[in-house]
Design a protein around this ligand. Structure first.
Ligand code: NDP
Length: 290
């Protein structure tokens, strides 16, 4: 029987596990706070931001929100980030991607206080992750690791294939899975659009993580019996949410697989809350169990 990995249930576990830490921090006078910044007219981005605010409210994390007009000069966004850096009530800052076309998103990320960079995208935090000492794990890769852990999938010694090398998903995940740690120690192959014979790579894997943004790129014929499949992809095809894995054929051969929706998506949101609580603990010096 193939196990369908329930991302909603694991995300709920993560949220529940944060309640004690949030209470401890709040009782000690440091309620965790997350600031979201939106500089976009994209409706999906506005929805993501409002879901993140709702998640915060449900757990007793303070939420702050700033909207910057899409026509405003880049400096207005930089000033917003500076203000949030200086605001002691704000532990985490998330600038929703994409921002207006005339603004360099990478420059915005560089201006976020690395101690408040709960996305884990600041170069200092990327460097720490690559050196094996992450301050904040980027939310989606961390969510994937949590799903593997909850499913009882051993990464040590496993052959893991990550399809996609973006800075927000594939590359940090490959680093995390390969690092010398209990939830790492995998032998990782990082594939991308120039990879020759993707199927030959995925076929030899114990764990396949698809994060390419190509609907149903990986199908059952490319997988070996007993593989664990994590589908990060989220694509809209004819109004439907479709992953990067062809679910039905992959499910035939996999021992465990994440659905889309209801797999990685809820985990990304949950791990943002985790990073916010971690930031609050680090900034306040109050130790909590995480
Ligand atoms: P990017 O577009 O930034 O990166 C895609 C990566 O996939 C690139 O490295 C690209 O290679 C590679 N790729 C593209 N086509 C192929 C192919 N045919 N074979 C092998 N590799 C290929 O995407 P993201 O990392 O931002 O997102 C990936 C997917 O995950 C998207 O569907 C996105 O919506 C989803 N996503 C879901 C999240 C969630 O919470 N569920 C969160 C974040 C993303 P190259 O580098 O050569 O161009």
């Amino acid at each position: 029987m193939t196990e369908v990995i329930d991302g909603n249930a694991v995300a709920e576990d993560v949220r529940e596990s944060l309640r004690g830490a949030i209470e401890t921090l709040t009782d000690a006078g440091h309620q965790p706070g997350l600031a979201t910044v939106l500089m976009s007219e994209d409706r999906a981005s506005a929805t993501y931001v409002s879901m993140k605010q709702r998640d915060c409210e449900e757990l007793g994390i303070q939420s702050f929100h700033v909207e910057v007009d899409v026509d405003a000069p880049a400096n207005e966004l930089y000033d917003t980030v500076s203000d949030l850096n200086a605001n002691d009530e704000v532990d985490g800052i998330l600038v929703q991607h994409p921002v207006a076309d005339h603004v360099d998103y990478e420059e915005v990320v560089r201006r976020i206080d690395p101690g408040k960079d709960v996305d884990g995208f600041h170069p200092e935090n990327v460097g720490r992750l690559v050196r094996g000492d992450p301050r904040f794990r980027p939310c989606t890769p961390h969510g994937v690791q949590k799903l593997l852990e909850h499913t009882g999938v051993e990464t040590e010694g496993a052959d893991a294939v990550v399809v996609g090398r973006s800075n927000i998903v594939g590359t940090p995940l490959a680093n995390l899975l390969a690092r010398k740690a209990d939830d790492g120690n995998a032998t990782v192959t990082l594939c991308h659009s120039r990879t020759e014979d993707l199927a030959a790579k995925t076929k030899q894997a114990d764990i396949v993580v698809a994060a390419a943004g190509v609907p149903e790129l990986v199908d059952g014929s490319m997988l070996s019996e007993g593989v664990t499949v994590v589908d990060v992809g989220y694509n809209r095809v004819d109004g439907e949410a479709v992953g990067d894995v062809e679910y039905e054929s992959a499910k035939e051969v996999a021992s465990a697989i994440t659905p889309v929706p209801g797999g990685v998506g809820p985990m990304t949101r949950a791990m943002l809350l985790y990073n916010t609580v971690k930031a609050a603990s680090q900034r306040s010096g109050i130790d909590v169990d995480l």
